[in-house]
Write a protein that binds this ligand. Structure first.
Ligand code: 5AD
Length: 430
């Protein structure tokens, strides 16, 4: 897809959603993308439209008396000088040079080219891949590392995912379920820190019914006005819609692997098509849509990872969490080796190169394998960090894998500083 695009910038999230809805209802093809850094962080998301829809969109917004802050032409993507670096005695292949040229021009990469980037062992090529990813990150989402606060509010789960330590069949974990008041206490703390987004994550816990979640979302919204990210698994379209109406903004529901056989192998009680359908609904409903994968699953190939990345791009996924597999005691894969840190970093870099304007967290799973891996991910294309704010008395039991790093504010500050990046202005730390 080449050609010009325009970004409609709104004053706030509510307005952005009204714009998106009005355009969609009139069959304008829209995409929600992070607003360019120069528009500030007030409204992090812009509505992207094609040039051919520009006049019609303006008319629709006008007729419906919907205000916009600005409409900008999306800057033509252009990177220069990726290859200017001294090559010295290093030999790089013609195939690689051709791929780099495509990256410089902002052209879409083919599957075999993505596989090449994931697979090369050539040191210089690897260095150039990281350099390209880091520059695209800077160009697309700037130097600020967004900080989110996560509350893992229940580890009860009805599902039996083979990799996951809190799966229903694992009797070696102590189960807990936070109350609404306990959750609100943490939310207040996060608001005190100045954070703008709270992530509510849990297993698929039937006791935390959609009705209860709706009440919680409303309460957080009314009390704090914070953006709310839900990560509570598969639901019906009606449930997603009701949660959206209650005030949820973002939803994380990872595909884990887009390879149907691999997905089925790791998710004995999930339906591949239903998972994909959920993601489509979330997008249609106007959620900022999160997905992601696990690197190092049994039998996973670089071709599989390339397909994951192409899926994120084609689905217009806005947030992409990429973490290494880490074995969890009491699960089918407890003796399977953990995923490779370098391959995970490479997947982060290639995802940034392919998907461009997206949020990519420097994941907790990476931090769990190496304290500095979170720094490396920030230098390989990642731009957000999720703090774990589950109360101490519970967090050891949110054991989705073993030896989980409890990324706290201190760890995040360390990573941002060491990566030479900026803290968000909303963060209140002294
Ligand atoms: N290793 C790595 N990531 C895991 N997750 C769950 N279990 C594991 C594991 N053993 C990830 C999944 C899920 C997210 C909350 O945690 O990707 O979506």
């Amino acid at each position: 897809m080449q050609g010009k695009y325009y970004l409609i910038i709104s004053k706030n999230t509510a307005q952005m959603l009204i714009i998106n809805k009005a355009l969609k209802e009139n069959e304008v093809d829209t995409d929600l993308v992070p607003a360019p850094p120069e528009t500030g962080t007030v409204c992090a998301i812009a509505v992207k439209i094609k040039e051919s829809d520009l006049d019609r969109s303006k008319r629709i917004l006008d007729e419906n008396s919907i205000d916009v802050k600005d409409i900008l032409e999306e800057k033509k993507f252009k990177l220069q000088g990726l290859l200017d670096k001294k090559l010295g005695n290093n030999v790089i292949t013609d195939e690689f040079i051709a791929i780099l040229k495509k990256i410089e021009e902002g052209e879409d990469l083919e599957r075999n080219e993505i596989v090449y980037l994931l697979s090369t062992n050539n040191k210089k090529e690897i260095e150039l891949i990281y350099d390209a990813a880091d520059r695209i990150r800077k160009l697309m989402v700037g130097d600020v590392v967004e900080i989110r606060g996560a509350i893992e509010f229940s580890n009860y789960c009805k599902k039996c995912c083979n990799y996951c330590g809190i799966n229903a069949a694992n009797s070696s974990v102590g189960r807990y379920r936070m109350t609404e008041d306990e959750i609100m206490e943490v939310v207040d703390y996060l608001q005190g820190l100045g954070l703008k987004t709270v992530i509510l994550q849990s297993g698929e816990d039937m006791q935390w019914s959609t009705e209860r979640l709706i009440a919680l979302v409303r309460r957080i919204k009314e009390k704090t006005g914070m953006r709310i990210t839900l990560s509570v698994g598969e639901k019906t379209r009606e449930e997603y819609e009701a949660l959206k109406e209650a005030g949820a903004n973002n939803f994380l529901l990872k595909i884990e692997s887009i390879n149907r056989n691999l997905f089925n192998e790791i998710h004995p009680d999930d339906d591949y098509d239903y998972r994909l359908q959920c993601s489509r609904w979330l997008k249609e409903l106007g959620y900022i849509n999160g997905s992601g994968n696990i690197i190092g699953l049994p039998g996973q190939t670089n071709e599989d990872i390339a397909d994951d990345i192409l899926y994120f791009k084609d689905m217009g996924i806005n947030m992409i969490g990429i973490g290494p597999f880490i074995p969890a005691k009491g699960t089918k894969y407890e003796n399977h080796p953990h995923g490779d840190v370098n391959l995970t970093l490479r997947a982060v870099a290639v995802t940034r190169i392919v998907c461009k304007k997206v949020y990519i967290p420097s994941t907790t799973a990476l931090a769990s394998l190496n304290k500095d891996a979170q720094v490396w991910a920030l230098q390989s294309g990642a731009n957000t960090i999720m703090l774990i704010n589950t109360p101490d008395r519970y967090k050891k039991d949110y054991r989705i894998y073993d030896n989980k790093n409890m990324v706290d504010l201190e760890a995040a500050l360390y990573a941002v500083e060491k990566a030479g990046r900026k803290l968000p202005s909303y963060l209140k730390v002294n």
